[in-house]
Design a protein around this ligand. Structure first.
Ligand code: ZN
Length: 461
């Protein structure tokens, strides 16, 4: 924990969401005291202590910090690439990220990470899990390290899902467009061991985690390697993550090639359990939802990216109702164009109601998925719920703006109204990391210049 953090009192917020599921989703009119990186107390009318920093939150709504469980930070220099803007997943993979993998120098990866982390932080994210797959047989592994460095400089919790491909390049719809050779299993596992010893902390309020995350079964590794990878992760005490069932085409491929549904297939290869979560899960049969629920396997629900690529709408409300741990994620911004969790939450609230009717989900449920739900799939049990003893990760949304006048219930405003809504303060592990709407120490002009240079280097030939 951050023992240097001074005691902090957040007084008189207009409303507070807890991150818990109903009926405990709201905390009413309370103040919050933060001490030593933890929430010390939550109660009405807490009196300031001598020397304590006090934040007047009377025109703010307090939310738990969002936990983004699936991202690809390097894609922050690949937004709205013309050759992929109207493409489906398979065409987009082959047109946008994969042809550029070898062009991502550590410098470009750092600029992209900085852009992405800044956007996440200013939308209320305090924990990010990045699925990072800029790896190949002859490439540098330092991009993984620099992600930890950048997240630390922003003061964010960071989970590196160490991705990559492990089989003949010809089988991956994206990788096959490159001249790159995938890593061997030994290469990948050696780097994961190295990352683990340097960064990983398995505690419940950890600031840094490493996860084993080959990019996509079975395109990125042969089926026979899946159990080997799962066993290696479990031996190391690391969680497992990957993409699954993002498109109908993927489900059809699994059925034709293996005679199984994707969740049945991964079940036979030791890839289900409370230490596993999958991104997308757009196309699932009821039997697969039951298998995920029975094993405690989680979902990173990415509704904007799934809509942008025309992949479909994951049945997240049905998964949650069945007992599947559901979390929210923005996915890479090359297939979203926004890395904002506020935007993701707003869209998630709307899209299930458009598809299934007004009773499909509630704002309280969306906030739960995006906070405590995310912490659950990442195994960060002391994070993302506003309660005494929990890590102090929370955001103060500024509702002092004309568009927030007239609300009868301000607690729901950031999700119901969506953006623009400004994060006035963000606090991670008791430390203020967004101060009056700005990230202290971030040179925005330099970042803009670096980003413009990066786009020029990565532009379509
Ligand atoms: Zn993804």
């Amino acid at each position: 924990m951050n023992k240097q953090s001074p005691s902090l009192l957040i007084r008189n917020p207009a409303a507070v969401m807890s991150g818990r599921a109903e009926p405990a989703a709201r905390l009413g009119k309370v103040d919050l005291r933060i001490e030593g990186g933890r929430i010390e107390s939550i109660a009405p009318h807490l009196a300031p202590r001598p020397g304590e920093r006090v934040i007047d939150a009377s025109d703010c709504v307090v939310y738990p910090g969002w936990v983004n469980t699936h991202h690809h930070l390097f894609q922050n220099l690949l937004k709205a690439v013309p050759s992929g803007i109207n493409a489906d997943l398979q065409e987009w993979l082959a047109a946008v990220p994969y042809p550029r993998l070898a062009r991502f120098t550590p410098e470009l990866a750092r600029t992209a990470a900085r852009l992405g982390l800044a956007e996440l932080l200013l939308s209320g994210v305090t924990t990010c899990a990045d699925h990072h797959y800029l790896y190949h047989a002859n490439g540098s592994t330092e991009t993984g390290d620099l992600l930890f460095e950048e997240a630390e400089s922003f003061g964010m919790r960071f989970v590196l899902c160490r991705g990559g491909a492990l089989q003949a390049a010809g089988d991956h719809p994206g990788f096959s467009k490159t001249a790159l050779q995938p890593e061997t299993l030994d290469q990948m596992l050696a780097d994961i061991e190295r990352l683990k010893s340097r960064y990983h902390d398995g505690s419940a309020a950890s600031m840094r985690r490493v996860v084993v995350a080959p990019t996509t079964p079975t395109f990125s590794l042969p089926p026979g390697m899946l159990p080997e990878v799962a066993r290696a992760a479990r031996r190391m005490g690391l969680r497992l993550h990957t993409h699954l069932s993002e498109t109908k085409r993927y489900v059809d491929f699994c059925r034709e090639r293996y005679g199984q549904l994707p969740v049945e297939f991964v079940a036979d290869h030791e890839w289900l359990g409370p230490d596993v979560w999958f991104a997308h899960l757009v196309h699932l049969e009821p039997v697969e939802i039951a298998m995920l629920a029975d094993t405690g396997t989680g979902c990173a629900h990415c509704p904007v990216s799934n809509a942008r690529l025309g992949s479909g709408i994951a049945r997240a409300p049905q998964m949650a109702a069945a007992g599947v741990p559901v979390s929210l994620a923005v996915d890479g911004v090359a297939s979203n164009e926004s890395g904002s969790m506020t935007n993701e939450a707003h869209f998630a609230w709307l899209v299930h109601r458009a598809a299934q009717g007004a009773s499909a989900t509630t704002i309280e449920e969306i906030v739960h998925w995006g906070s405590a739900g995310g912490a659950r799939v990442l195994g960060l049990d002391a994070v993302a719920t506003l309660a005494p003893g929990q890590a102090a990760d929370l955001v103060l949304y500024d509702v002092n703006a004309p568009r927030f006048e007239g609300f009868h219930d301000l607690a729901v405003a950031p999700v119901a109204a969506g953006e623009p809504v400004r994060v006035r303060y963000s606090i991670v592990n008791g430390r203020v990391v967004v101060e009056n709407g700005e990230i202290p120490g971030l040179d925005l002009e330099a970042l803009r210049r670096d980003a413009a240079r990066g786009v020029r280097e990565l532009i379509d030939d």
